[in-house]
Write a protein that binds this ligand. Sequence first.
Ligand SMILES: [Zn+2]
Length: 458
Amino acid sequence: MIGEGKGMVGLSFFGGVNEIGGNKILLQDGDTKLLFDFGQSFTFGEGFYTGWLGPRPVNGLGDYFAFGLLPRIRGLYSEKMLVSTDLAYAEPEVKAVFLSHAHFDHVGHIQFLDPQISLCVGVGAKLLMESMEETSGFCSYGEHECRKFRTGDKIKIDGVEVEPVHVDHSIPAAYGFIVHTSGGAVVYSGDLRMHGPRADLTEDFVEKARECEPVALICEGTRMVEKEKRKNYSEEQVMALSNEVVSSSSDRIVFAMRYSRDLDRFRSFYKVAKKNGRGIVVSPKTAYLLCKLLNDEHLDLPDPTKDEDIMVYFKRKKSGHFDDKDYYIWERQFMNKMVTHEFVHRNQGRLIMDLDFYQLTELIDIKPKKGSHFIHSMSEPFSEEDIEDQVMHNWLDHFGMHFHQLHASGHLNRDQLVGLLDNIKAKKVFPVHTEHQELFRDCSRNVKMLNYGKEYVV
Ligand SMILES: [Zn+2]
């Protein structure tokens, strides 16, 4: 077994190999095993599970192992989750799991981990995860002993010291890691970008990574592609172009569809709304998330319970008459900020409204004027046959709305990745979270081409 002699450090990859997302990276230094991220692949279960046909929670890891959807690693999973499998429970061998950020493709499977294994997570990322659990009926991350960190902290596990360093990404509280092992520094990028509002955070990370002269760099490569087909802007451009749409829309409403936890994007639309004297209408879920994140003073987000420009949209549910008991308890705290379809209909020229795919039905009640605007502030579809994309366009056409594609990615583009590799100058590079490992070879000499589950000596 690699990693058993002094100075021998091994890395194995059980996800994020030839795919975007699903990172699961095992680092072994002597007897110390640490895991970095434990996310769900975007292609998870493809071919066997689709829509509502998914693994049965009652069968724990049984339905996952049946199709090889999670790695069979000893001393990692909880006893309860292993009951219906042929992998015997063993006391934890992995000492800690470090989470780079709260995106599902990095944290999605942590409910299976042995609760004795400590979870190391950023202060803000923990709040994001709690908010998900508290407002979504199907999200549960399980019980864990949690160690929360911020940039500047150093977490010592046996002889290994892990240094989290903030990066800019499309979700708050994202980190890269510098792992000081007996064989030298191993750097893991997490997910990161340079064209967001906090490029300075990513710069800090790159600077620190370079200074420690790493023996290995595990680097994401989401946008490491031959030629980028999809349109991408910087966050600043998204804001400027959205402002153009809003300022020229006179008495028409502007809808915005964005990733629910992209708070940089929320902030962009919030600023555009303010600049144009409009209010911003959000869902109770977004209001809840904003409240939750007030607990992290570094994030500088508005308080939806106090901010007069933020309104909370309540859909008709159950009785259809907006009775308290129609709504979840966590939703009720926003009822004094409630607006309904009637209010939105009457005030179309004064509002920007968040509208996600599953809220499109609200358009029937809101009755937007012909010529209203819809900003799709998410990635363009990955395939031309994307059914949801077609359905969305049918809705927009039906209501005579103008479509705008305005999005800033959460990831470095190819040139920026090349720049990062040049700058950090790691002895070895391990490309993860990419469909094009081979393109890393064009910009760095010592690139390891990864195979799933294989152990590499650093
Ligand atoms: Zn991410």
